[in-house]
Design a protein around this ligand. Structure first.
Ligand SMILES: Cc1cc2nc3c(=O)[nH]c(=O)nc-3n(C[C@H](O)[C@H](O)[C@H](O)COP(=O)(O)OP(=O)(O)OC[C@H]3O[C@@H](n4cnc5c(N)ncnc54)[C@H](O)[C@@H]3O)c2cc1C
Length: 285
């Protein structure tokens, strides 16, 4: 155990890096953890066009700019995966392997991971497969896209893509009445994706295939207990929370609410249950 930091930040994506920067500006002592340095989600995109002040920047350029900025501020990244957080009263102990760190406050900025990705999804993410209509929609202007949506909430994204693309092949994974115009609704569950002659070939569980220029697998919402709506969000945070076994009341709730606060689903109904020594139970308030 070295020192007790004011703030420990877990996760090195844009959120964690921004938190670290602002903590440093406020002259807090901090430690910033990234299991693999800066998030690969930052460096992956070939082009990012919605970052204010950087009209056309590649992911690698953005990552370099982020790193340069934090280095200028004297912030370093501790390459470690945090596997547990233990409340100790007025501070927390964070563990990584056998190593322990102490901090008065912990900021969780662990992003979201796709759960159960279909074959080909991870490999083609950023080169044909996308999770984000706003980020990548314009790439498919005048083209054909296949869009799998997991909740009604994502229909705004489908409509948005329909305005840009020539055709939207819509694969709702729930009962949807969205139709019309250039939206063609197809029944079927995405089962795999691959490239074929420069296009994307999405295979469906019913044996059919859909050909498109791009495939959007929309992320679903953060309702962890609705398997129909969840495609992402569960990974990092959820597996991490399972390691927190017996925190006193308030700690997990704080963590869960932090996690859920980023979601439009935020409500007590959307909060996941917590694990208590006696089993699963509703989040305590
Ligand atoms: C291919 C692709 C293209 C994209 N294009 C755009 C775009 O053009 N415009 C746009 O606005 N957005 C885009 N996005 C989305 C954007 O990258 C994410 O919204 C953003 O990275 C989220 O930032 P974050 O800091 O919340 O989480 P993340 O970037 O997910 O970072 C979280 C980090 O925490 C780490 N971590 C998790 N658990 C632990 C742990 N226990 N210990 C230590 N570290 C941990 C993870 O490994 C990860 O590095 C794109 C994403 C992808 C994948």
């Amino acid at each position: 155990m070295e020192q007790r930091y004011s703030i420990a930040i877990v996760g090195c994506g844009p959120a964690g890096l921004s938190a670290a920067l602002n903590a440093r500006i406020r002259k807090k002592s901090l430690i910033l953890f990234g299991e693999d340095g800066v998030s690969s989600k930052v460096s992956r995109p070939a082009s990012i066009s919605n970052y204010l002040g950087m009209p056309s920047v590649s992911g690698e350029e953005l990552k370099s700019a982020f790193l340069q900025h934090i280095r200028q501020m004297g912030i370093t990244i501790t390459n470690a995966r945090i596997d547990g957080i233990y409340p100790m009263g007025d501070y927390f102990v964070l563990s990584s392997g056998g190593r322990m760190y102490e901090a008065k406050t912990v900021i969780l900025a662990m992003g979201a991971k796709a759960t159960n990705p279909i074959p080909g999804e991870q490999q083609l993410l950023g080169s044909g497969v996308s999770y984000c209509a706003t980020c990548d929609g314009m790439v498919y202007e005048g083209k054909t896209v296949a869009v799998a949506a997991y909740s009604e909430q994502e229909e705004d994204d489908v409509r948005y893509l329909a305005k840009i693309a020539k055709k939207v092949i819509f694969l709702p994974q729930y009962g949807s009445s969205l139709a019309g115009g250039n939206i063609e609704t197809v029944a079927g569950k995405p089962a795999g994706v691959k490239k074929a002659d420069g296009r994307l070939c999405l295979s469906l569980a019913n044996g059919e295939t859909v050909l498109a220029d791009g495939v959007f697998l929309l992320p679903g919402c953060a309702d962890l207990w609705n398997p129909k709506t969840v495609r992402s969000s569960m990974g990092a945070v959820f597996s991490f929370l399972l390691t927190i076994d017996y925190p006193p009341s308030g700690v997990t709730d704080f963590l869960f609410q932090t996690f859920c606060s980023g979601s439009p689903q935020s409500s007590s109904a959307a909060l996941p249950r917590r694990r208590s020594p006696s089993g699963w139970g509703p989040p305590r308030r």
